[in-house]
Ligand binder design. Sequence first.
Ligand code: MN
Length: 202
Amino acid sequence: MPGKRYSLPNLPYKYNALEPTISEKIMTLHHDKHHLAYVNGANAALDKLEKARQTGFAGIDVRGISRDLAFNASGHTMHSLFWPNMKQGGGGTPGGRIADQINKDFGKFDSFKEQFGNTAKQVEGSGWGILAYEPASDQLITLQAEKHMDLAVQGMTPLLAVDVWEHAYYLDYVNDRAKYVDAWWNVVNWDDVAARFDKVRK
Ligand code: MN
């Protein structure tokens, strides 16, 4: 059975809805060409991985495919966030719980706005300014993303992770990372992975 694939969402408004701030021409190219390319690129990477699962991974450039998947799936995720983050007649200030949280974490709305604006303006090269909720510290943070990710897929929830920094295995396996990864399967706690999956899918 083929795995799931990404699809291009429609804009939640007309292409000219954000004029004069963003022109119809930009919105048309940005959505119909750029965002579509990310969707197609992510799906092509998934196709390659699916094929490799059938024919074997020998000689397959998993590093390159993983990079393509992260770049394109994150591009898709970020644009899917970006479109509904905007609307005709938008602007002003937030209300509700997010307003309280912004005041709590940034002091006041204008301080947040200045921090977020500087974050976005100082992205080196192509990227994004991001306001994110960081669950470990239960607070809002501002971040930069260079390109769309840093080999992560924005919006994903990690379920199972293996640390392949040398500090995680060097004393036991020296430079044999493959041996460490092969052995690591013996200590995986699948009950924990299953519980994390249930939590994110509920
Ligand atoms: Mn874009």
